[in-house]
Design a protein around this ligand. Structure first.
Ligand SMILES: C/C=C(\C)C(=O)SCCNC(=O)CCNC(=O)[C@H](O)C(C)(C)COP(=O)(O)OP(=O)(O)OC[C@H]1O[C@@H](n2cnc3c(N)ncnc32)[C@H](O)[C@@H]1OP(=O)(O)O
Length: 718
């Protein structure tokens, strides 16, 4: 809806009303159309101000409406009608002007914003382009180069930057509506022609073709396979070369194509799943709205390796004071140099609302006695972690939350050695911990709702997408990674090369294929885990069946050859030297694979990219269904957010579970059955019961799975 009021004097005020972000729903658009007409017809009104209720101008088109048929007045003619008004119209921008919200403001003749407002055209992040005239008006206002940047990245900019770019006419620290009213009173009667952006030419640099070509190359590299960034560049090409009306036709055609693409649906799903995971719930019934979180102001981190350092920085960036503990003197000395530098760099990169927290370094575990929360980030070794937890429970004051940054060990085992098992949770960060957006908050059977709520809220304060997950080996992300890695190794045994596997996955949209990624992370990480699991190491027979299932000793043998990935300059690829970044095919690997196949009597066959994708992705997806079935994730959105924010799953494919729905659950089931038939010794390929149940009831949409699973559980079908 939109409210109309006549302010003393001659200004009409139109207030958008659709909490929480005044999205442009059908009712709001109808309200705008009606109130603008009213202002136009009222001879006593000489100027108009448009603002939003509750300190937010407008968060853009109502994304929830995209799933249904278009109702109510369309945005484009509505904005044209505002631009055509012969009385000055100003947008009074507070909070946000995003997407259609900014496009509405661009249709106004003037834009006045509060200094804390954020502006942007983030449609590209939803698989769309600024299709309410934004792709044609913005470049006419700020020039092609700046518009390319804003529209293809979708980034939000501050009012100060918007003023500098020429998007805003005025920025104020005072009441923005009062300022806008004063502004329009001042300009009433002045000619409006030059204020109608659709009538202006688009300022372009002399090398416009080369600029557009470079922009196209850049967007294709940045998000391989994504349609929207490419369409954004195409729309801006039209703005640079065509009259406004034809540019708008191009904008409409491109938008229609994008709207009908699976990618837009996937990206909009990803937008909502990011928000769904914040509304967490546990099988016990504890949830975000019935569990109180503690606000942490003083924390400690134990262990200052790569992960520990990143966690210290992430905490300090939120204003939390941190005691950083490392018992090895050399590591402590290095960390006390490196961490402040990391903090300074990162604080400089973000404009921090609060000053960073103070960090103190210590080699003494006793120094954590006064903190409210401890995050243990020592080496991934259960006996070492147990030792640390026993020590912590004796030195920390009662009520201190004890968290472990384990990537897959049993949280309950750690809780068992403490005096308050309810105050123990996992906080699984991803490297580098101060940069990566994902945090898995792991609850054990005894973790209290308060401990989970506190860890979830702390994650949010650190700017993370925090997802509550159950306590099982590997939790959610790494548990699903296991069958994916396993399939990749089996494909090498059967005839593929690391490059072929990586190329298929990168073509799908992963920034890095599985072997390139393993080289980056270090091959010894998985090697150590397999040794601990008794799968490899001295005394273990070198067969291709271990613990009753197919096993590939290939990655162990690569490690045994001293090839641990980028850090040793050799792994699945070769690099310029230790620490090198550019992966090149290595003849050693090809000879090694041939010798391995010959030793085991394997005949290499040619494997199509489709099979590579099916084997790797469907095995991973199948494990996702097992996780949902075991109630280790509350819903498919949780799994998808984990994969998008922590594992490089291409956002335009929504996440593994969403992708399964897009491909068709029947098809996934059929292909898993096919591959399991061919590889009966691979349990990960055996279709999960949940997948079968979903197919049996007609493959309902992903948004309904959560409810379905809960019902099935009640009726003991799972
Ligand atoms: C063509 C396409 C056109 C013309 C478009 O305009 S597409 C839409 C472009 N706009 C955006 O992409 C903005 C999306 N929203 C955001 O980025 C953020 O929500 C925000 C910056 C506006 C506010 O952030 P924050 O304060 O953190 O709040 P939440 O993100 O949690 O959002 C609160 C609830 O509002 C819902 N929401 C937000 N924006 C929209 C929208 N455009 N349409 C519908 N609903 C929206 C969001 O889902 C939250 O809902 P709940 O989870 O509370 O139910």
């Amino acid at each position: 809806m939109a409210m109309y009021s006549r302010l003393p004097g001659s200004v009409a005020l139109i207030t958008l009303q659709n909490p929480p972000v005044n999205a442009l729903s059908a009712a709001v658009r109808q309200g705008i159309v009606d109130t603008v007409q009213r202002a136009l017809k009222d001879p006593k009104v000489t100027s108009v101000v448009i603002c939003g209720q509750n300190g937010k101008f407008c968060g853009g088109a109502d994304i929830r409406e995209f799933a249904g048929p278009m109702l109510g007045p369309p945005l484009v003619p509505m904005i044209h009608a505002i631009e055509a008004v012969d009385k000055p119209v100003a947008a009074a921008i507070e909070g946000v002007a995003l997407g259609g919200g900014l496009e509405l403001a661009l249709g106004c003749h003037y834009r006045i914003a509060h200094s804390k407002a954020l502006l942007g055209l983030p449609e590209v992040t939803l698989g769309l382009l600024p299709g309410a005239g934004g792709s044609q008006r913005l470049p006419r206002l700020i020039g092609l180069t700046a518009a390319l940047d804003l529209i293809t990245t979708g980034r939000h900019i501050s009012a100060a930057e918007a003023l500098k770019l020429g998007i805003l006419d005025q920025v104020t620290d005072n009441n923005v509506v009062d300022q806008a009213v004063e502004f329009v009173r001042r300009v009433a009667g002045q000619p409006l022609d030059s204020r109608r952006l659709s009538t202006l030419p688009c300022p372009c640099p002399p090398d416009v073709d080369s600029l557009l070509d470079k922009a196209m190359v850049k967007v294709r590299q940045r998000s391989r396979g994504a349609l929207a960034p490419v369409a954004c560049v195409q729309a801006l090409m039209a703005a640079a070369s065509l009259p406004y009306t034809q540019g708008m036709e191009k904008e409409r055609d491109l938008l229609t194509t994008l709207f009908n693409s699976g990618q837009a649906r996937a990206l909009q799903y990803a937008f909502f799943s990011q928000r769904v995971v914040g509304k967490w719930s546990l099988p016990s019934g504890a949830s975000w709205d019935n569990s109180a979180a503690r606000t942490i102001s003083k924390a400690a981190v134990i262990g200052l390796g790569t992960m520990g350092r990143g966690i210290v920085v992430a905490l300090a960036l939120t204003g939390i004071s941190v005691v950083a503990v490392e018992t090895q003197e050399k590591q402590l000395a290095e960390a006390s140099q490196a961490v402040p530098a990391m903090l300074q760099r990162e604080a400089g990169r973000r404009s921090l609302a609060t000053p960073p927290g103070v960090i103190s370094f210590s080699s003494n575990l006793q120094d954590v006695s006064e903190v409210e929360l401890v995050i243990e980030a020592v080496f991934e070794d259960m006996s070492l972690k147990l030792q640390v937890f026993r020590h912590l429970t004796s030195v920390c004051r009662p009520g201190t939350l004890l968290c472990s940054n384990t990537s897959g060990l049993d949280i309950d085992q750690l809780a068992a050695v403490t005096q308050s098992p309810g105050l123990v949770v996992g906080m699984h960060f991803f490297a580098p911990a101060h940069v990566m957006k994902l945090l898995e908050v792991v609850y054990g059977p005894r973790s209290s709702p308060e401990a989970v709520a506190t860890a979830m809220q702390l994650g949010k304060r650190m700017g993370k997408v925090s997802v509550a997950v159950g306590n099982c080996p590997g939790f959610v992300g790494n548990r699903m990674l296991k069958p994916y890695l396993e399939q990749a190794n089996f494909l090498l045994e059967e005839g593929a090369t690391p490059q072929q596997v990586d190329e298929a996955l990168e073509e799908f949209g992963f920034p890095m294929g599985v072997f390139r990624m393993s080289d980056l992370s270090g091959l010894d990480v998985g090697w150590r885990i397999r040794k601990e699991a008794g799968l490899t190491g001295p005394g273990v027979e070198s067969t291709r069946t271990r613990q009753g299932r197919r096993y590939s000793p290939l990655p162990d043998q690569v490690c045994e050859a001293g090839r641990l990935g980028q850090k040793t300059g050799r792994g699945w690829y070769q690099y310029d030297g230790p620490g090198g970044r550019v992966a090149r095919s290595d003849p050693w690997v090809h000879i090694f694979l041939e010798a391995y196949r010959a030793e085991h009597g394997l005949v290499a066959r040619s494997i199509a990219p489709e099979e590579i994708l099916e084997r790797c992705l469907y095995a991973l997806i199948n494990e996702g269904f097992n996780i949902l079935q075991d109630a280790m994730a509350a819903g498919p959105e949780d799994i998808d957010a984990i994969y998008v924010f922590g594992y490089g799953w291409p956002r335009h494919h929504g996440g593994p579970m969403f992708h399964a729905g897009q491909v068709g659950l029947g098809r996934i089931l059929e292909r898993l059955q096919h591959h399991h038939h061919n590889h009966p010794d691979v349990p990960h390929l055996k279709p999960s019961t949940l997948l079968r149940r979903l197919v049996a009831v007609g493959s309902p949409p992903v948004q309904t799975w959560r409810e379905f699973i809960n019902k099935e559980r009640v009726h003991s079908q799972l």
